[in-house]
Write a protein that binds this ligand. Structure first.
Ligand SMILES: *Cc1c(COP(=O)(O)O)cnc(C)c1O
Length: 457
């Protein structure tokens, strides 16, 4: 059989509101042409993010019902701890309410002003937590990462020569830890090879620098390793994940991704002194060490979800949804980042609507057209999100104009994807008619979340 089916059936449904084009045009005007300001129920297919938007399994819901809400030492904590330890092999385990809380505790305990943290690519909250401590968040992606059209198997890898240069330049005492993000979120979840993780560890070990894995999509990364790195062909995803964590001295995790949960995270480490600091700050910021900002039922859902994410059939299906959409769009010639990563597709707006000037936000034109065409909510990752305004007030475009469509886990079925493809194709066919936008209101920071816009002409 060649059709890869969703490896689940649906027991509970959630309605999708079907709206007309006229209604969507009106909603978009009300939202000042910024899809962040739309009500979620007006978005039939919401591809804003894959974070916390997944569907839980019957096993997860069942586990929630037996959540133990005791303040200290609950049964649910024991199950959570056992699952995290089985996967990571790491001793000290701290639950947090999200990934960024784990990052915040790590940064506050370990970093000081002037330190440098190398990473293949920092996620935005990771960067913000590092910089908040006055340290430098240094991105060291491999060379292939810069070519959006290059077909390389592990475009999420870290640049090993760059890491050596960074250590030589800044010195060991300025680098309290290095990070590697799996999969690399920048670029839609490009994977990191085991060879690269080993290479990074070898360099760091020589200098006694700890390695922290940003593990948000560790299971998707394990799947790519199994499929693309010959040594791991046919291997169990749990074993692959275990080997990956065996090179780590610690990890931060958002369980809203490969925890298959709607909330939660954790921080783990091997070093007893670090653990002492983390525990004290955890109590101050998150909660008692056996629940850390989560309800017992959340700990249960995560304990089950972490293992479900390592199910091979689930990952085959997950990857098939991304590939299905990517291959159809490529056939038609829609410009996108290649190869597609693990959790999203990025349309290349600069190539789709080359007639729209960069300071008239080509990505916004595409995002808004997708909404009007099909009630699909995508997100602009271009000049509105990443452009900058210099001291003279002059605005500068971002290097890339991308439109991200992130895939929630286990939420949409194949007909939803067929519908999305139809909407993208319709937008592609009428691309000549897509125009620019201007910003009429913006905040000083992170303007893309709240700005108001209007179409030009
Ligand atoms: C989502 C994410 C985070 C932050 O996690 P939150 O749960 O959103 O706080 C950190 N790193 C990466 C790579 C992520 O994708």
């Amino acid at each position: 059989m060649k059709t890869i089916i969703e490896p689940f059936r649906i027991k509970m449904t959630e309605p999708l509101k079907v709206t007309t084009r006229e209604e969507r045009v009106a909603k978009l005007i009300e939202a000042h042409h910024n899809v962040f300001l739309l009500d979620a129920e007006d978005c039939a297919l919401d591809l804003l993010t894959d974070s916390g938007t997944g569907a839980m399994s019957a096993q997860q819901w069942a586990a929630m019902m037996i959540g133990d809400e005791s303040y200290a030492g609950s049964r649910s904590w024991k199950r959570f701890e056992a699952a995290v330890r089985d996967i990571t092999g790491i001793d000290h385990i701290f639950p947090t309410h999200q990934g960024r809380a784990a990052e915040g505790i790590l940064a506050e305990c370990v970093l000081k002003p002037g330190d440098v943290v190398p990473n293949n690519s920092h996620f935005d909250t990771t960067r913000a937590n590092v910089e908040y401590r006055g340290a430098v968040a240094l991105n060291l992606p491999c060379a292939e990462a810069f070519d959006t059209a290059a077909e390389a198997p592990f475009k999420g890898n870290m640049d090993l020569e760059g890491l050596k240069r960074c250590i030589a330049e800044h010195g060991v005492e300025k680098i309290p830890f290095a990070m590697i993000t799996v999969t690399n979120n920048a670029g839609g979840g490009q994977p990191v090879s085991m060879a690269n993780v080993r290479g990074v560890k070898e360099i760091l070990k020589r200098h006694g620098i700890p390695l922290i894995i940003d593990a948000c999509r560790f299971a998707e990364n394990a799947y790519f390793i199994r499929e693309r790195e010959p040594e791991f062909e046919g291997r169990d995803l749990l074993e692959i994940a275990q080997e990956m964590f065996s090179y780590a001295d610690g990890a931060t995790m958002s369980c809203k991704k490969d925890g298959l949960a709607n909330i939660g995270g954790f921080l783990v480490c091997r070093d007893g002194e670090w653990a002492e600091h983390f525990r004290n700050l955890l109590i101050l910021r998150e909660g008692f060490p056996t629940y850390g900002g989560l309800a017992g039922r959340d700990l249960e859902a995560i304990a089950v979800g972490l293992k479900e994410a390592l199910d091979y059939d689930y990952q085959v299906y997950r990857h098939a949804t991304v590939e299905y959409m990517a291959s159809r769009l490529l056939e038609i010639g829609v410009p996108m980042v290649q190869p597609a990563g693990g959790h999203a597709i990025f349309l290349d707006a600069k190539k789709m609507v080359p007639h729209v000037p960069l300071l008239q936000y080509p990505g916004v034109g595409i995002v808004n057209a997708l909404y009007v065409e099909g009630g699909i909510r995508a997100v602009e990752l271009g000049t509105v999100a990443f452009g900058y305004i210099d001291e003279t007030g002059q605005e500068h475009p971002a290097p890339l104009e991308l439109v991200r469509m992130a895939f929630p886990r286990r939420v949409y079925t194949q007909s939803h994807f067929d519908y999305m493809i139809e909407a993208i194709v319709a937008v592609w066919r009428q691309r000549d008619r897509i125009g620019g936008h201007r910003i009429t209101y913006q905040a000083k920071q992170l303007r893309h979340f709240t700005c108001h816009m209007e179409p030009i002409g």
